[in-house]
Write a protein that binds this ligand. Sequence first.
Ligand code: GNR
Ligand code: NI
Length: 173
Amino acid sequence: MAILPIIEIPDARLRKISEPVETFDAELQQLIDDMFETMYDAPGIGLAAIQVGVARRVLVIDLQEEGEGVKNPRVFINPEFSEPSEEKNVYTEGCLSIPDQFADVERPATIRAKWLDRDGKPHDEVLDGLLATCLQHEVDHLEGIVFTDHLSRMKRDMVLKKLEKLRRQQRAA
Ligand code: GNR
Ligand code: NI
């Protein structure tokens, strides 16, 4: 197991489109284990492989709050959506690749998702709540999209300026 470095905007790799997984080999199992360790360490509730520089359609999610004890690790490989609800949810999102910045993002409240788990077994479920929101955030990463892309230009510029300021302060410290 290893904690992998998380890449941050404006790293061009975050704009790459990730490739489907075709073989469920030991290398994939290692990547999944390392992604969980990296996500729990950050800490975050989700992580896409491209955030650790691997352009594969692999996501890990655990909505459990830090310190809550019971872990609920979920793996989503080659995920696909259909049937987005008309109803929307607004959630204040953050991203490990855009550190310490948060903004409200509106997304469909429920979606039907199909994916493979770490053994390659298919799943097909209608998801809602934070899991639906988080999975949509993660699938965006597979398409080279980050949450600030969903904001108005004014809000996006505000978030990016705050991030620049934070980085300047961190460099000075
Ligand atoms: O840790 C994370 N929290 C979060 C909060 C609201 C909506 C989405 C997320 S995902 C994020 C981790 C991350 O960057 N995943 O790509
Ligand atoms: Ni993210």
